[in-house]
Design a binder for this molecule. Structure first.
Ligand code: HEC
Ligand code: HEC
Ligand code: HEC
Ligand code: HEC
Ligand code: HEC
Length: 424
C-alpha cells in the first residue's frame, strides 16, 4: 500500500454530466464490443478488464470475472485510446465545483468489475452478485481505510485486517470476525446472517418504512436497494438503486436525489433524502473541528428498519433503558450543560461545549463548515450519538463498551459524555 500512497492525488474536480457519461460507453460499445452487444442487446457497457490491475482491489478474488469472447488484442489497443481521449475531454470540460464525483481511469474500475453497469438479463437475477461488487470495491486487504483505484479515492468500509482509522460508519471488519455477530450490520458479502436476528431488523415497523416493497428478511441484507441502507429503497437491486450516483455532481447535499443525499442515503423517492455535511475524508482524520455534520434526518433512515426504537411512546422509564430517547434536544440545563466534561470551555465563552466524536450530536440546521461547538438547548441526540452505522469493536454497534460503562463506578466517556452527573 505504501507505493499507492505516493500516488494519492485529489479526484479531478471536473464535473462530468450525466448525459455525456451515458453517451460515452455506447460509442465504446459500438466501436469495439459490437458482436457482444448485438448478441445481448446491452444498454450497459463493458470495458475490457486489465489483468495487471486486478490485484489492486482487496478481495477481488471473490469475484467471478466475466471473460469476453472477442480477441483481447483487439480490445486492448484502440478501445483504450478512445476511452483515454474521451477521459481527457471530460477533464477539459468547464468544471463546476463538484465534491465527491468519481472520475479517472475508467478501465480500472469498469474493467475490474465488468458486471457493474450491465443490464440484468431477463430471468437471470444478479442480486447477490451485485451486492458483492459494492463490498469488493469498498474493501481493502491492508489496514488503510482509503484506497486508490483508477486515480479515485475509494472509501473503505471493510478491511480484512484490523483497520487504522476506521471511517465514520465504522468498519465491517469487526462484524466479520469470530464472535462479531453483534458488533455490526451483517451485510451479505461481508459475513453470514446474524444468528440472533436471523436477518430481520429488530423493531421493524412497516408503518415507519416509507419504501414500497418493505424490508424482506428472506432476502440478503445488502449495502443498497430495498434491503439496504444506501440508494433508493424502492428499487430492489443494489446497483440499480444507486445508478448514476458515483459520477454525479453531489456538491449540493439537499436530499433531492440519491447523489445529492448524504452518502447516497436517499431512502425512497417519495421522501427527502438524508442531509448532512460530508467530510471529504469520510472522517478518516477527524477531530472536534473536522468531521461530518449530521442532522436528525439520519434517524428517519434508521427508523425505516428500526421504527420501534425510534417512536417516542416506546421510550421512557417503564421501558428498557436502551430504547433511549432519540431526536430530542439536549436540554439546556442540568447535567447536559457539562456535555463532554473532559473539554471545558475557554474562560471567555463559558457556555461553549466541545463536540465529541464519541457522542456526536445532530444539528437542526446543517452548518456550512464543521463546528466544534455543541449547544445544549439546540443540538440533538441522534441514533449515531451512540451507534455507528456499519460496525464497531463493541456489542450493539455502539461507539463504546457499554458493559464496561455499567460495571464502572466513576464513569468517563460513553453515556457519561452527556450524563455528566454534574448539573446545577
Ligand atoms: C473509481 C472507480 C470508477 C472509475 C475510475 C470510473 N467509474 Fe464509472 N462507475 C463506477 C461505479 C461504482 C458505478 C456504478 C454505480 C453508479 O452508477 O453510481 C459506475 C457507473 C458508471 C456508469 C453508469 C451510470 C451513469 O452515471 O451513467 C457509466 C456510464 C460510467 N460509470 C462511465 C464511466 C466512465 C466513462 C469513466 C471514465 C471517465 C468511469 N466510469 C470511471 C466507478 C468508476
Ligand atoms: C469500482 C469501485 C466501486 C464500486 C463497485 C462501488 N463503489 Fe461506491 N465508491 C467508489 C468510489 C471511488 C467512491 C468515492 C467517490 C464518491 O464519493 O463518489 C465511492 C463512494 C461511495 C459512497 C460514499 C459517497 C459519498 O458521499 O462520499 C457510498 C455510500 C458508496 N460508494 C456506496 C456504494 C454502493 C452501495 C455500491 C454498490 C451498489 C458501490 N458503492 C459500488 C467506488 C465504488
Ligand atoms: C435496510 C434496513 C436497515 C436500516 C436502514 C438500518 N438497519 Fe440496523 N439492522 C438491520 C437488520 C436487518 C439488523 C439485524 C441483522 C444484523 O444485526 O445484522 C439490524 C441490526 C441493528 C442493530 C443490532 C446489531 C446487533 O447485532 O446487535 C443495531 C444497533 C442497528 N441495527 C442500528 C442501526 C442504526 C443506528 C441505523 C441507522 C444508521 C440502522 N440500524 C439502519 C437493518 C437495518
Ligand atoms: C443514548 C444512546 C443510544 C441512542 C441515542 C440510540 N441507541 Fe440503540 N442502543 C443503545 C444501547 C446502549 C443498546 C444496547 C442495549 C443492550 O445491549 O441491552 C442499543 C441497542 C439497539 C438495538 C439492538 C436491540 C437488540 O435487541 O439488541 C437497535 C436495533 C438499536 N439500538 C437501534 C437504535 C436506533 C435505530 C436508534 C435511533 C432511533 C438508537 N438505537 C438510538 C444506545 C442508544
Ligand atoms: C448524546 C447525549 C447522550 C448520550 C451519549 C446518552 N444520553 Fe441518555 N439522555 C440524553 C438526553 C438528552 C436525555 C433526555 C433528558 C430529558 O428529556 O430530560 C437522556 C435520557 C436518558 C434516560 C432517561 C430516559 C427517560 O426517558 O426517562 C436514561 C435512563 C438514559 N438517558 C441513559 C443513558 C445511557 C445508559 C446511556 C449510554 C448507553 C446514555 N443515556 C447516553 C442524552 C444522552
Amino acid at each position: 500500500m505504501k507505493r499507492q500512497i505516493t500516488l494519492i492525488k485529489r479526484i479531478p474536480r471536473s464535473s462530468v454530466s450525466r448525459f455525456s457519461l451515458s453517451f460515452l460507453p455506447r460509442i465504446v460499445v459500438r466501436g469495439k464490443l459490437q458482436q457482444e452487444s448485438r448478441k445481448k442487446r446491452q444498454t450497459g457497457f463493458r470495458i475490457p478488464r486489465s489483468e495487471s490491475r486486478a490485484g489492486k482491489c482487496g478481495m477481488t478474488n471473490l469475484l467471478p470475472i466475466v471473460q469476453y469472447s472477442i480477441p483481447r488484442s483487439l480490445l486492448r489497443g484502440s478501445s483504450l485510446v478512445i476511452i483515454l481521449s474521451l477521459c481527457i475531454l471530460f477533464i477539459l470540460q468547464p468544471s463546476k465545483n463538484s465534491s465527491a464525483t468519481v472520475s479517472g481511469d475508467c478501465e480500472v474500475c469498469h474493467g475490474l468489475y465488468p458486471g457493474m453497469t450491465e443490464e440484468v438479463e431477463p430471468g437471470k437475477p444478479q442480486y447477490v452478485l451485485k451486492n458483492v461488487l459494492c463490498v469488493n470495491c469498498h474493501s481493502n486487504s491492508d489496514r488503510d481505510t482509503i484506497k486508490i483505484l483508477g486515480g479515485a479515492r475509494v472509501p473503505v468500509v471493510n478491511n480484512t485486517v484490523k483497520p487504522v482509522k476506521p471511517l465514520a460508519g465504522g468498519n465491517f471488519y469487526y462484524v466479520a470476525k469470530d464472535f462479531g455477530d453483534r458488533k455490526g450490520h451483517n451485510v451479505d458479502g461481508v459475513t453470514s446472517v446474524d444468528t440472533k436476528f436471523r436477518g430481520a431488523p429488530p423493531g421493524y415497523d412497516r408503518i415507519s418504512d416509507p419504501s414500497a416493497r418493505g424490508y424482506n428478511p428472506e432476502k440478503p441484507f445488502a449495502c443498497a436497494g430495498s434491503n439496504g441502507c444506501h440508494g433508493n429503497r424502492n428499487v430492489e437491486d443494489p446497483f440499480d438503486s444507486i445508478m448514476g450516483t458515483h459520477h454525479a455532481d453531489d456538491s449540493d447535499i439537499d436530499g433531492s436525489t440519491t447523489a445529492r443525499s448524504y452518502r447516497f442515503l436517499k431512502n425512497t423517492n417519495k421522501v427527502k433524502g438524508v442531509v448532512g455535511l460530508e467530510d471529504d475524508e469520510w472522517n478518516q482524520n477527524s477531530s472536534s473541528k473536522k468531521h461530518n455534520e449530521y442532522s436528525p434526518s439520519i434517524d428517519i433512515l434508521c427508523a425505516s428498519c428500526h421504527g420501534y426504537f425510534h417512536s417516542k411512546d416506546k421510550t421512557g422509564k417503564e421501558r428498557p433503558w436502551f430504547r433511549h430517547p432519540t431526536d430530542i434536544v439536549l436540554p439546556k440545563g442540568g447535567e447536559y450543560t457539562n456535555y463532554n466534561p473532559d473539554f471545558p470551555p475557554p474562560p471567555d465563552r463559558p457556555d461553549l461545549r466541545t463536540y465529541s466524536l464519541d457522542a456526536p450530536v445532530g444539528r437542526e440546521k446543517i452548518p456550512g463548515l464543521p463546528s466544534d461547538e455543541v449547544n445544549p438547548g439546540k443540538d440533538i441526540v441522534i441514533c449515531l450519538s451512540c451507534h455507528v452505522a456499519h460496525s464497531s469493536p463493541f456489542a450493539s454497534m455502539l461507539r463504546w463498551d457499554y458493559d464496561a460503562i455499567v460495571a464502572g463506578e466513576e464513569g468517563k466517556g460513553g453515556c457519561f459524555i452527556c450524563h455528566t452527573g454534574k448539573g446545577e
